[in-house]
Design a protein around this ligand. Structure first.
Ligand SMILES: O=C(O)[C@H](O)[C@@H](O)[C@H](O)[C@H](O)COP(=O)(O)O
Length: 264
């Protein structure tokens, strides 16, 4: 349960000449964090989103990281998942499996896909219970500030409407403060049924990377980060976009390609 809201850390903003350069740097960043957290705590918990992120992670499954990363210590979760069978083309699990997980040797018992046999509501309850079990067994630590699970790294994308995970500007799930995992049956981005980690959990992660590429996100990046990397996140409106609500307990890093940063 969330007990208090952690102070917002100022994001670090990295701009690259191309999407390829973002992919190269995100791979190094992730591999470095993997080494650091495995040294410190014996494992590395990584929370994935769907969308273009998986393709941007492609350099991580190439040499030298393919051999140098200790994949056996990784634990994989999804920040959000579409409630469809795991072998459905819309599944974030399938996307990650094809582009990433099938290429590395993470033990299958460390890969926490959703239960695809349940309704969105029950799948969310099930996912939260599984995370609670990992917390009780001290496999995932908790944040001293919020009491929420503290994942080591979340790798997030953002939609043109400013959504992150399945927390959309026009949907109430973005305001959920008690549950760790919630569900949505009318997601504006198809497919409509999804489950998602809530902000108390997202913002309890140690490290968060916002991996943002492409000109179609330039306006939203400007609204969230502003012209000078000190944006209010709300543009002319008063409620910040969900992407502007993201913070990490240690460090939030925005990886932007030239196109996504073009309006800053
Ligand atoms: O289920 C999903 O679609 C994702 O997890 C979602 O939150 C995604 O990260 C953003 O929509 C950005 O998607 P793109 O990277 O494809 O723009």
């Amino acid at each position: 349960m969330a007990t208090s809201t952690p102070a917002k850390s100022k994001p670090k903003v990295l701009k690259f000449d191309s999407e390829e350069d973002v992919a190269v740097d995100v791979a190094k960043y992730t591999a470095d964090l993997s080494e650091k957290y495995i040294k410190e705590k014996g494992s590395f918990s990584v929370v994935l989103s769907g969308g273009t992120l998986i393709d941007t992670l492609r350099k991580l499954v190439e040499p030298p990281y393919l051999e140098s990363v200790d994949w056996s210590k990784w634990l994989i979760f999804w920040v959000d998942e579409r409630v469809v069978p795991l072998d459905h083309e819309d599944s974030n699990y399938l996307l990650a499996w094809r582009g990433f997980l099938s290429k590395v040797s993470i033990p299958s018992s460390n890969i926490y896909a959703i239960n695809d046999k349940k309704s969105p509501e029950d799948a969310a309850i099930d996912y939260e219970e599984r995370v609670k079990h990992l917390v009780e067994n001290k496999i995932i630590p908790v944040s001293d500030t919020t009491g929420c699970p503290k994942f080591d790294l979340m790798l997030l994308g953002m939609g043109p409407d400013g959504h992150v995970a399945s927390l959309f500007p026009t949907r109430h799930q973005r305001h959920e403060k008690q549950k760790w995992v919630t569900f949505i049956t009318d997601s504006p981005k198809p497919p409509p049924p999804r489950i998602t980690f809530t902000f108390p959990v997202i913002n309890s992660a140690s490290e968060i990377a916002m991996v943002i590429t492409g000109a179609e996100l330039a306006d939203t990046v400007k609204i969230v980060l502003g012209d000078d990397e000190h944006g209010s996140g709300s543009g002319s409106g008063s409620t910040p976009l969900p992407a502007a609500e993201v913070s990490a307990e240690k460090e939030l890093v925005w990886f932007l390609d030239k196109d996504a940063a073009s309006k800053m």
